[in-house]
Design a protein around this ligand. Structure first.
Ligand code: PRP
Ligand code: MN
Ligand code: MG
Length: 185
């Protein structure tokens, strides 16, 4: 097994760029939610790194919760179906929710989650997504706090995985084609 760095073809978003964007968005959100006692909902597992960095960069006290959703399975193409692997522990009724996501691809995960939280009675639901692939969008999603737009390449790192691995890379990168060999989409 090679080190993570050896499997990278090229970097798309550096650690410094990630940090700068997260700080910029966290400052905006801190002002917007100052008097709203926000509940930040991170979408497991990909949003873990983003949630930690984002909440640390926020200047107001926030509550966090997690929901584990999957649309990808082990391939590189979304199945189009959202599966709840683990639900929230908090009651969202009357709460101002800020969803934290690593990436918007087809938009299906976020569209499903926004609708679900509203159905449960949230007072408001907004989204922070670190990355977006606009060219892949199938469902419209309103992302209030949008990070970087990236091309349609399969990316890993800062929480994003390929077949559950490479989440621990500290930047966003594209893997060498050889890494995918033998794995079906
Ligand atoms: C990835 C990513 C987003 C979602 C985006 O999660 O973290 O949650 O897909 O794709 P979409 O816009 O097409 O729905 P994944 O299903 O791979 O689960 P994971 O976060 O556990 O890796
Ligand atoms: Mn995810
Ligand atoms: Mg994934």
């Amino acid at each position: 097994i090679a080190d993570v760095e050896e499997d990278i073809d090229h970097e798309l978003v550096s650690k410094e760029q990630i940090d700068a964007k997260i700080h910029e968005m966290a400052a905006l959100a801190s002002e917007d939610y100052r008097d709203k006692n926000p509940l930040l909902v991170a979408v497991l597992k990909g949003a873990v790194n983003t949630l930690v960095a984002f909440t640390e960069a926020m200047s107001i006290p926030v509550q966090i919760d997690f929901m584990s959703l999957s649309s990808y399975g082990s391939g590189t193409v979304s199945s189009g179906e959202v599966t709840v692997r683990q639900d929230l522990s908090a009651d969202v009724r009357g709460r101002h929710i800020l969803i934290v996501e690593d990436i918007v691809d087809s938009g299906r995960t976020l569209a499903w989650l926004v609708a679900e939280l509203k159905r449960r009675g949230a007072a408001s639901v907004e989204v922070f997504a670190l990355l977006s692939k606009p060219s892949r969008r199938e469902v419209d999603v309103d992302v209030k706090y949008a990070g970087y737009e990236i091309p349609d390449e399969f990316v890993v790192g800062f929480g994003l995985d390929f077949d559950e691995r490479y989440r621990n890379l500290d930047s966003i990168a594209v893997l060498k084609p050889s890494v995918y060999q033998g794995v079906q989409a």
